[in-house]
Design a protein around this ligand. Sequence first.
Ligand code: HEC
Ligand code: HEC
Length: 288
Amino acid sequence: MKLFGISIFGLFLLTSCVVEKQPFTEGKILAGKKVSADTLNLGYTTYVEYCVQCHGMEGKGDGPASKGLLPPPRNFTQGLYKFPWTQYGELPHDEDLYRIIRGGLKGTAMLPWDISDERLDAVTQYIKTFAPEVWEGEDKVLGTKFEFPADPFGPEKKAEAIALGKKVYHVTASCIQCHRGYATKAEMKGWDSEAPEDLYSLKPQDTEYNYKALPPDFTYHALRSIDDMPSLVQRLMYGVTGSAMPGWKDVITDEEIWAVAYYVQDLRETGKDIKKRQELLDTFKSQK
Ligand code: HEC
Ligand code: HEC
């Protein structure tokens, strides 16, 4: 009993030592913004309490709970971020990191974290310190945010948007280079396009994160950063940094981005109904 009491007490001392350590004596300039030592120290304690088990003490994504996770927890020393609403490859704004940390990434081990605003900001600043070459100094700039385009369709023209989006998806933007197709071979022919051999398969893609990413099947997989139409349009504009998924802003028109978003959303709705999904998949099996 006594031994038990001592070991619990010892454990308590150990964790409180780690948590109460104040590693920062000075503030830092992170992408031009002054962040105080107090904020960074609060960020450190928050990180040790909530994030370290996956992201690791040194932010390398190698914490004890990281083993076997796919996708793996992010290695913050890379200074790469997949899901901000900034141009592909560019740095996230704080509001992007707040949204990602608060909202989590669906279908992954990155859960939504319910922490106070103060801790949310502090941990956001702290994780930047793992990639000093990307964040530290007055010369580092935050990414470009595009103006959010108005919906050119609206509920009355939903069917029109889905029809255009289906063509943009399969032909104009050729999303099927990586994602699977959801059109019949006759439909492809109708668009004057040859159906590729691998039309109905998902093509795994290299990433800068040391693993191959599977482009999601929209009738089946959770989409990490997407809740609704606006968040889907944002993702299509910006792509997924460090992965093969490019940003589509100015590659296709804003109208085509919205159309393809309506189409992807329609596929997601179909996927929620097991019977409807099976019917869709059966139409591809039965064709010659
Ligand atoms: C149970 C494991 C786990 C814990 C705990 C965890 N994360 Fe994550 N986190 C992940 C995984 C897995 C990913 C990678 C998701 C991906 O690449 O799609 C990730 C990715 C991220 C990203 C990258 C987002 C982007 O756009 O690329 C940030 C930022 C992040 N986590 C912050 C945090 C913070 C802050 C905490 C603590 C409050 C935390 N995480 C706790 C598993 C975890
Ligand atoms: C060159 C390959 C490639 C092309 C072309 C491509 N994607 Fe992707 N896409 C990917 C990969 C890989 C991922 C998974 C990224 C990750 O989560 O690491 C992805 C992810 C996505 C996501 C999910 C984002 C999230 O938050 O989980 C959506 C939506 C998406 N793609 C839509 C599209 C659409 C629509 C097109 C065509 C306009 C397209 N993609 C073209 C490779 C591609």
